[in-house]
Design a protein around this ligand. Structure first.
Ligand code: NAP
Length: 247
């Protein structure tokens, strides 16, 4: 028996990167991934790739930071699929800069996508999960939200905000059998980290006890566990996937 058989799983920012990896691993566990992203062509390509591997997935365009757009998309998903069992708030961006050079827009954009996007999806989806009296919400935060990082104050504030938001929502929704947890990945090999200079990557690797970058699979496997009944007594937690970087 697959661990997520027939579960409808909405995954934001899943046309590529960690989100796509989660969609792929969820599909292999029997779930029906719903790909949310901002570019239709990338969504189509992701669905095509999943189809090629024998999986069925569906896609919807939405900018997670747009409250009304998110509301409409969730309504449409419910119309098409009748329920949402799992929500993964994964869409996230960086706009790195040292504090004194940080533009107001860099601050606002990162908070809008990472924190407000998480609020938008969680509020709209939890309405249906409350009626269902079941659901799992997983927020993809970051170790940067726990330890901070020079040049990433906006990103750190957003990820720390997501973690605090998750704990509050876990307390609000637990009586209706809805679990909410955060995952804090460390340095994971994706396009987001592919742009880092080789020297910086080497330095990062040296600081990681397990001496390697993480893979998308490392994050996806934890998502499967948290979304499955195996984690039925786990809520309000932040679990690091970081090779031991933060202890
Ligand atoms: P990624 O490769 O940049 O993928 C993010 C996806 O989200 C992209 O498809 C992107 O679309 C989409 N997206 C961006 N803004 C959006 C919006 N407003 N609405 C809907 N979709 C949007 O990033 P990743 O490395 O997979 O990271 C995924 C999550 O993990 C993020 O929350 C990130 O902060 C977190 N994380 C990553 C790492 C890491 O090392 N990679 C470490 C810790 C945490 P476009 O491509 O069109 O922009």
């Amino acid at each position: 028996m697959k661990r997520l058989e027939k579960k409808i799983a909405v995954i934001t920012g899943s046309a590529r990167g960690i989100g796509y990896g989660i969609a792929e691993h969820f599909a292999a566990e029997g779930a029906v991934p719903i790909i949310i992203d901002i570019q239709q062509e990338l969504i189509d390509a992701a669905i095509e790739d999943l189809k090629h591997d024998g999986y069925t997935a569906y896609g919807y365009v939405a900018d997670v930071s747009d409250f009304d757009q998110v509301g409409n998309v969730i309504k449409q998903i419910i119309k098409d699929h009748e329920r949402i069992d799992i929500l993964i708030n994964n869409a996230g961006i960086t706009r790195d800069s040292l504090l004194l050079r940080m533009k107001e827009d860099d601050w606002d954009k990162v908070l809008q996508v990472n924190v407000k996007g998480t609020f938008n999806f969680t509020q709209k989806v939890s309405r249906y999960m409350l009626k269902q009296k079941s659901g799992v919400i997983i927020n993809i935060a970051s170790v940067i939200g726990l330890m901070g990082n020079a040049g990433q104050s906006n990103y750190a504030a957003s990820k720390g905000g997501m973690i605090a938001f998750s704990k509050s929502i876990a307390k609000e929704l637990s009586s209706r059998n809805i679990r909410v947890n955060s995952i804090a990945p460390g340095f994971i090999e994706t396009e987001m980290t592919a742009t880092l200079p080789e020297q910086v990557v080497k330095q990062y690797q040296e600081s990681i006890p397990l001496k390697r970058m993480g893979s998308v699979k490392d994050v996806a496997k934890l998502c499967i566990f948290l979304a499955s009944d195996e984690a039925s007594y786990i809520t309000g937690q932040t679990i690091n996937v970081d090779g031991g970087l933060v202890m």
